[in-house]
Ligand binder design. Sequence first.
Ligand code: UDP
Length: 234
Amino acid sequence: MDGRGNLDLRVVKIERGFMPNAEGSCLISMGNTKVICSATVEERVPMWLKGRGEGWVTAEYAMLPRSGKDRKPRDTGKPDGRSVEIQRLVGRSLRAVVDLKALGERMITLDCDVLQADGGTRCASITGCYVALAEALQTLRLKKPALTDSVAAVSVGILGGVELLDLCYEEDSRAMVDMDIVATGAGKYVEVRGTAEGRPYDRKQMDRLLDTANVGLETLFRKQREALGEILAP
Ligand code: UDP
């Protein structure tokens, strides 16, 4: 719909250190989807983790009021189910690549604030949070590295019978199948969520969707490495 090939990601940009007050941060853009990710380190853990010698990584997600086509009120007084689902996914995804023992009794909060929403904000949040987290962890100078792998996410879908990579909102809203893939740099999956809108999909389509996602993930891992530069290769 926006002139890309079916296997093309939107233009990806990761600007590290976007919020200098945070221990780690970046602005990630996937075309018109833009998310600010920050990582805050605190020398404490939640009550339920105290005394175990382990740390915790958690996430929060919010869309700025005018990030979408319509204004989304900041606070409606009701819990926003979608945001809760997304922040849990982001937290789980990043914890999947953190050695919580190596982190020690510390808590890292990842904040994802959507500046512009054009589909795939949860995937952009995960890919960007990895960069923010790596930057924050570097400031701790831990004896044992706390990151065990990298993690990134991309959306794929089926529209008009063909598999597409990295759907924009227009594509996402018309897709017959809509899938989010969270994977590690070593090629393992953290989460695969795929929903059929209407007609169910089969195993062959599922395999093609996973292959399509791999094309995008390869680029995303490269962009993360480029953004982190000396942090990954001190
Ligand atoms: N969207 C919006 N307002 C909302 C929820 C969603 O404008 O309250 C738009 C936005 O462009 C978002 C897209 O719908 O990126 C798809 O939303 P979805 O819940 O599938 O999450 P996402 O694809 O952003 O991870």
